[in-house]
Design a protein around this ligand. Sequence first.
Ligand code: NAP
Length: 323
Amino acid sequence: MHSIVAKKPGGVNVLQKIDFELPDLKPNDVLIKNHSIGVNFIDIYFREGLYPWPHEQNLVLGSEGAGEIEAVGENVENFKVGDRVAYAQANNAYSTHRVIDENLVVSIPDSISYEIAASAILKGLTVKYLVLDSFKLESHHKVLFHAAAGGVGLIAGQWINSIGCHLIGTAGSDHKCSIATSNGYAKMINYTNQKFLSEVQATTNNEGVDVVYDSVGQDTMSDSFKCLKKHGTVVSFGQSSGIYKSLQMSDLMTGSLHLTRPTLFHFYADHKWLLQSSSMLFEMIDTKKIEFKNITEYKLEEVAQAHIDIESRKTTGSVILKT
Ligand SMILES: NC(=O)c1ccc[n+]([C@@H]2O[C@H](COP(=O)([O-])OP(=O)(O)OC[C@H]3O[C@@H](n4cnc5c(N)ncnc54)[C@H](OP(=O)(O)O)[C@@H]3O)[C@@H](O)[C@H]2O)c1
């Protein structure tokens, strides 16, 4: 059994492979042999130390995975050895094996591969709360979604399209724009060479959109507010370009605007929400409303390269590690 740990916060050079012995299972724990592990931008925030570490050294990164149960604690009720499962939980996933409380795990239907489950469970549940819980989208809404060709972005495109909204996206290259277009976005803006604010105003007859989903942060947030209709909402859910630090309350006064800054793990901790939302997500996948045509695979030991590629904006769609 081995894991990839970050020895201390820093660049990819802090990542190291270490062997470990199986710890004793607590009564409610299950032992999962990971088959596929999702790589997410949050792993980079943790690796760099932007998000605080739970302890000082040797943090096993990775927050999303799928695999098979190999052992169960004495009080485990809902799972048995051999069950196919997935989980999304901050850290401890970059590992051949993982011990986790049974309440943080969901069963995967037989129709869904480990690769898809590890691409979907964190990012897909994020999209679920973004479009139905943080802001309840309805078909008449106009929506702007930044970083549309990324892991979360391609799932969001398909989910929001299935609701019937008018969906505008941004991405950093023409190639990414064309991938996003085939994943549900009606209009794409290449924000490397076009100003997304003026493009959104032109497409909406200067009306603006009802909601902007912004995970880019520093580079986009100021204009994201300006893209809104009166009473519109910014859902800020990440900061891939850095933290936006210039917010003034008066920025919201320009249109009686709303702002929310949600995080998946607050939803995920509600077990009823987790069961309902994961079943909704798997149903969307089963019925092909959401497809995963852009999964890039690396070996677990190649995770440093995966981080380099995500940070340098090379990747599209979901990135996974194979054990
Ligand atoms: N709050 C939550 O619950 C939650 C949960 C999951 C994910 N997230 C957030 O959602 C976002 C997307 O996550 P993901 O894992 O699917 O990543 P991703 O979208 O696949 O990758 C991030 C994308 O951000 C864009 N970007 C813009 N400026 C960038 C910069 N300076 N450096 C790097 N990337 C930049 C790039 O797309 P372009 O080249 O097209 O600009 C890049 O591909 C992240 O911000 C993540 O933290 C939040």
